[in-house]
Design a protein around this ligand. Structure first.
Ligand code: ATP
Ligand code: MG
Length: 679
């Protein structure tokens, strides 16, 4: 039925946020700040739909959030609401500008490349490529040789990235976050200078550049006005996790804030480690004159009361917080379970047992999720799921994208587009038998000088020992082919090399076929490479086939990737000190507070049932500092004894099942845990 009924379900404050300024020209700036599950995203979707119903052109709406998946979901929701309101759906594709800051940045930079001094076919480097380039520069300057204790390539990249995103001087970043590298300030400055020149010479942008370059070109008022005029409305979800560059971009897009709506929750800010700053959301109102309007929401529609009570208790211990505690009308008598188990293997078994039990009684796998801090923590669980034939999808990136054969093929595509991309070049050229690093370097130097790099492949003197393989390579590199046939062409060239290099060529071939299926969904090589680099598709347990569609499957996700989502039943693995907070996160109060919010985000994903796993023995990957080791774990310090009554604490073992007798050890029970260590 058509009509305004689509707004009926909203509560008063939500409705105020949806209708704010709509219909009176372009509305003044608006901030919606509210706790988890209070309907922020839902309100944002309704606001976009409402704008469209009232005549806004969906192509002139820019919608940004933290992941491509979240952006797509938001666009679909808008589509459903407009369908209900107008009787006709505005296709989700009509919202042509829904994505992440980085993705939108890439599009803008490519579209305007020529006018801002970029090569239109610039490559985008992922973190690994960037670290490789950083390493080439490190070697070039001789730092890795003479200074054996010079920071590793990954550390160099993290320092660089932090300085860029926080717009902070290197000395400050070193002092506050990498004190053990502070002695290298002079060398690092030189290294970063060399890294920046290398990127420019090679027509390469890294992940951070997509924001940095975007923010830099927006400093030109004329350009900013031109870009800003592309959209009447700019709406951002999860605003608490934006950094200074992102705030600057928004301000440049809409200097007076008209048409700007941002939505977020300071208690869920979990990206400070990538220089996101909660100041953005707190300072948003005063960024404009007159100040932006602020609407808060206080009712949680997601979680049953015992879950909300426990989550509120956890976040209630936070040092500082703007949003108030939420209330709910969803009564339930099921407290969150806090289950001690002896090992991570037991934890995996316990979780899979419960998940299958609940499936028997009608909770689909899709309505359940298992969350963890980092992807590697799911290893035992994945093994258990595979052993018991439970299909799952793991958020946050297909594993095969990291594998050598996929990288080889993607590098081929990159090199064909941008012959100056040395990281891709070194990788691909050395696949040719007889071509080593020296010959590859010589070829890349020759390509650098060529005015038409693509034709230049044919002109480069073939490496002495490459023989007929060189001709085959040049042909594959220079034959024009439409997309996605170009990928097929690359694969045909690559196949004999795959066969030669890898023993398990068959399995890898299947990955490459899957890659071609993904590629078929894209209009161009650029779009495909950009998406795969910035935000890879989700992994399924069924690597042989296409992503599971209609089947029922379980979601596995890092907490970071679970942002904004909800499930009926949520499991959190490893709710122990050393994991949340991580060893690395306990350096400063700020970092510790971020860890607390991470736990809060995890807990507030659950609607009806929440289970925290607490293995007493816990495997720590210590990122090379102390090596990997097993530690005897204690309950996360964020659930101290005085809020333990919000949980249903119990112990589980494969032989004895559930028992309530043994309390989960916590930071208060140090003595008991120490005894247990030796007992
Ligand atoms: P998060 O902070 O986790 O991102 P959020 O504030 O964005 O959460 P939503 O995801 O928009 O919250 O909403 C949480 C749940 O509450 C969703 O299932 C949504 O459909 C439901 N919901 C929101 N508003 C209402 C309402 N007025 N009536 C009924 N259900 C609602
Ligand atoms: Mg949300």
């Amino acid at each position: 039925m058509a009509g305004a009924g689509y707004l009926d379900k909203l509560n008063d404050n939500q409705r105020a946020a949806v209708e704010f300024g709509v219909g009176d020209g372009i509305s003044p700036p608006l901030l919606v700040i509210a706790g988890a599950g209070s309907g922020k995203t839902s309100t944002l979707a309704h606001r976009v739909a409402h704008l469209i119903v009232k005549g806004a052109d969906p192509r002139r709406i820019l919608l940004m959030t933290f992941s491509r998946r979240a952006a797509t979901e938001l666009a679909r929701r808008v589509e459903r609401i407009t369908a209900q309101a107008m009787g006709t759906a505005v296709a989700a594709q009509a919202l042509t500008w829904a994505g992440t800051f980085h993705g939108i940045g890439a599009r803008i930079l490519r579209e305007h490349a020529l006018s801002i001094g970029l090569h239109p076919e610039f490559s985008i480097h992922d973190r690994e490529d960037s670290a490789d380039l950083m390493n080439l520069c490190r070697h070039g300057l001789g730092f890795s040789k003479t200074e054996s204790r010079f920071p590793a390539k990954g550390t160099c990249l993290s320092i660089y990235s932090r300085a860029v995103n926080a717009e902070a001087p290197l000395a400050d970043v070193l002092r506050d976050h990498y004190p053990w590298c502070a002695q290298w300030e002079v060398e690092l400055k030189k290294l970063f200078g060399s890294y920046v020149s290398a990127k420019q010479e090679q027509n390469v942008l890294d992940y951070d550049d997509l924001l940095l370059a975007w923010a830099q070109v927006m400093a030109d008022a004329g350009f900013a006005a031109h870009i800003g005029a592309s959209w009447d409305h700019v709406l951002v979800d999860e605003y608490q996790d934006t950094n200074r560059l992102q705030a600057r971009i928004l301000k440049a897009l809409k200097p007076d804030g008209r048409g700007l709506t941002v939505v977020g929750d300071d208690a869920q800010s979990i990206y400070a480690f990538r220089a996101a700053t909660v100041r953005n959301i707190l300072d948003f109102p005063s960024n404009f004159a007159p100040p932006a309007n602020v609407i808060t929401l206080d009712r949680n529609y997601r979680s049953a009361r015992p879950i909300l009570d426990a989550a509120n208790a956890v976040i209630g211990l936070a040092r500082e917080r703007f949003t108030k505690n939420l209330w709910t009308e969803r009564a339930s008598d099921r407290k969150p379970r806090l289950v001690t188990v002896n090992t991570e293997a037991d934890q995996a078994r316990y979780v899979v047992d419960r998940i299958l039990e609940d499936r028997e009684t009608g909770t689909r796998l899709k309505d359940q999720a298992v969350l963890f801090r980092t992807s590697s923590h799911a290893a035992q669980l994945e093994a258990e799921l595979t052993r018991r034939n439970v299909p799952y999808v793991k958020f946050g990136g297909l594993k095969f994208l990291d594998s050598a054969h996929v990288k080889d093929l993607l590098s081929f595509l990159r090199l064909a587009r941008n012959s100056r991309d040395r990281v891709a070049g070194f990788r691909v050229l050395q696949l040719i038998p007889g071509v080593g690093p020296k010959a590859a370097g010589r070829i890349l130097d020759a390509l650098d000088l060529a005015s038409d790099p693509r034709a230049a492949f044919a002109d480069v003197a073939p490496p002495a020992r490459a023989g007929a393989d060189w001709a085959g390579f040049v042909e594959a590199m220079t034959t024009p082919a439409p997309w996605p046939a170009a990928l097929g062409l690359a694969r045909t060239w690559y196949d004999p090399h795959l066969e030669r290099i890898h023993e398990d060529a068959e399995a890898r071939r299947a990955d490459l076929l899957q890659l071609e299926q993904i590629a078929a969904g894209y209009q161009s090589a650029e779009a495909f490479l950009t998406d795969l680099t910035l935000d890879p598709p989700d992994a399924t347990s069924d690597l042989a086939g296409p992503p599971l569609k209609d089947e029922d499957y379980l979601i596995l996700s890092t907490i970071h990737s679970a942002k904004g989502q909800e499930w009926k039943s949520v499991y959190l693995l490893n709710a122990v000190d050393g994991c949340i907070p991580s060893d690395l996160g306990t350096g400063s109060t700020h970092e510790l507070e971020e860890e607390r919010r991470l736990l809060y985000v995890a807990m507030t994903r659950a609607k009806d049932q929440l289970t925290l796993g607490l293995p007493l023995r816990f495997y720590v990957q210590n990122q090379g500092r102390n090596g990997d080791r097993h530690v005897y774990a204690m309950r996360t310090r964020f659930i101290p004894k005085d809020i333990l009554d919000r949980f249903d604490a119990r112990h589980w073992s494969p032989t004895q099942g559930d028992s309530q007798a043994r309390p989960a050890p916590g930071s208060i029970d140090v003595a008991a845990s120490m005894r247990q260590m030796w007992g």
